[in-house]
Design a protein around this ligand. Sequence first.
Ligand code: 13P
Length: 248
Amino acid sequence: MRTKLVAGNWKMHGNLATNQALLNRVREASAGLSCGCAVCVPFPYLAQAQASLAGSKVAWGGQNVSEHGQGAYTGEVSAAMLVEFGCRYVLVGHSERRALYGETDAMVAAKFAAALQAGLTPILCVGETLAEREAGITGVVVTRQLDAVISASGISALGKAVLAYEPVWAIGTGKTASPQQAQDVHALIRARVAESDAAVAQGLQILYGGSVKPGNAQELFAMPDIDGGLIGGASLVADDFLAICSAA
Ligand code: 13P
């Protein structure tokens, strides 16, 4: 039986004061949660997350990582640096990174490998755009994104990772994939992994992301291949994030 995980992706939001109020609430409520819980915060706030959440059930992580170990890469943050701040998770290949910062499948695969090598659990994000869905190539796109990582790191590496299916058209739009639409892609992803390793596929947590709210979380999380959520906007509101965690 896979346990559920709810991870917040704060994106580029927050400040020291609002973060502290949010972290305190999440920490207090976390003792009663039966799902896994994590927050992925902007780099400057990792120390704050660490100080606030250490010793609680809530894990924390970054939203991006360099594919390089160290060196002359101005503005980049290495996996080892994230480890120093107690991170357990790091998002890799979020669609905003792919679309706005030109991250290719190959770069995402290299970042995934760097995260794993440092002992982090990468949360690998995959998902199609609206045009790709309308063209009927959702499966092709998601499989291509997944296969890039499998061919670089091997199938067993997925056993140490989390996947997140985030249809780009559902992110920040208020337009959620229906539970069945999401389930179909989650099942496709699990089947693709099972072609290489049935046990890894069975154990793989596949999160759904894209306008998850307290009002739709329960029906999404009830689907057999949806193992929790990656939450954007609603993760910034303590009541909403905690309600979503309770749904899991
Ligand atoms: P929203 O929940 O705001 O749609 O964002 C989803 C997302 O991108 C999480 O990574």
